[in-house]
Design a protein around this ligand. Structure first.
Ligand SMILES: NC(=O)c1ccc[n+]([C@@H]2O[C@H](COP(=O)([O-])OP(=O)(O)OC[C@H]3O[C@@H](n4cnc5c(N)ncnc54)[C@H](O)[C@@H]3O)[C@@H](O)[C@H]2O)c1
Length: 271
């Protein structure tokens, strides 16, 4: 007697989807350099059409030009509602729809809570948090028209824990994490997924000035003992943009070499 064929699980696809972005249009802020530029390169390589935006006009244009026909650059300050509308209309007009949004633009500051000026605090919140709110608010109608979409908000490991010297920065990144959850619960039935990515220390122009070096052993205070590279954050972004993450919304994805998982072995051993 032959064994009956095992039944496939209900609804099981033949293979899991990979991070394919063919046919999708993505708006990506702060894309002139660093993590944003790496995410733009990753998204174009995965098949997307990308509108890169930044306040750094020359650098942004160069980054977009190097990506060929499926990339455009628009000068854009994320704190301006008017400019957000212009970028959204441009993306829809140029490529036909808006299916993805990566809120990546950000500024950092390193000041103790007791010393931070209210002006500095407000400035960081304006770019890092209000910019994300305006971006989501402006792009949602276009995503609804497209029948759904994916928003990826770049928070930080500093949005998962209390990091010294990040009074304004850390507060803005906790806010981004919160806005992400709110977007997820409000937009689920619109088929708009909203997730946050939380990079640990990553080697970019933002962090190069604090004297970190890439490579094995270069950052002993993290379990993997090294800082991240922009392309390693970009992979997570492309995954969340893609249909491979079709059942993920409201998630917070730490891409931090284990930094928020807990103290290092060296630390525990008192070394
Ligand atoms: N590098 C890290 O270690 C690290 C860690 C955690 C989170 N992040 C986050 O990742 C994102 C990218 O950071 P990065 O390290 O690539 O830094 P970066 O400074 O290299 O890039 C940030 C980009 O945002 C742009 N920008 C700043 N203000 C803007 C504004 N008002 N409007 C539009 N664009 C603006 C900058 O011009 C720049 O090109 C930021 O949100 C940052 O907070 C970085």
């Amino acid at each position: 007697m032959t064994e009956p064929e095992p039944k496939p699980e209900p609804g099981a696809p033949a293979t899991a989807a990979v991070s394919d972005l063919t046919g999708k249009t993505v708006i990506l802020t702060g894309a002139a350099r660093g993590i944003g530029a790496a995410a733009a390169r990753g998204a174009v390589a995965a098949g997307a059409r990308v509108v890169l935006t930044d306040v750094l006009e020359e650098e942004g244009r160069r980054t977009a030009e190097a990506l060929g026909d499926r990339a455009r650059f628009v000068r854009h300050d994320v704190t301006s509602e008017e400019e957000w509308q212009r970028v959204t209309d441009f993306a829809a007009g140029e490529f036909g729809s808006v299916d993805g949004l990566v809120n990546n633009a950000g500024i950092s500051m390193a000041t103790f809570l007791a010393d931070v000026s209210v002006e500095e605090f407000r400035k960081v919140l304006d770019v890092n948090l209000t910019g994300v709110l305006i971006g989501m608010k402006t792009v949602i109608p276009a995503m609804r028209r497209a029948g759904g979409g994916s928003v990826v908000n770049i928070s930080s490991a500093a949005g998962l824990t209390g990091l010294a010297l990040t009074a304004g920065y850390g507060a803005s990144k906790w806010g981004v994490r919160g806005l992400t959850k709110i977007g997820a619960v409000e937009l689920g039935t619109d088929r708009i997924r909203v997730n946050s990515v939380h990079p640990g220390m990553t080697y970019t122009p933002m962090t190069a000035r604090v004297g970190i070096e890439p490579g094995e052993g270069g950052y002993p205070n993290t379990p993997m003992a090294r800082v991240g590279e922009p392309h390693e954050i970009a992979s997570a972004v492309c995954f969340l943009l893609s249909d491979a993450a079709s059942y993920m919304t409201g998630a917070e994805l730490a891409v931090d070499g284990g930094w928020t998982a807990g103290p290092t072995v060296r630390y525990v051993m008192g070394q």
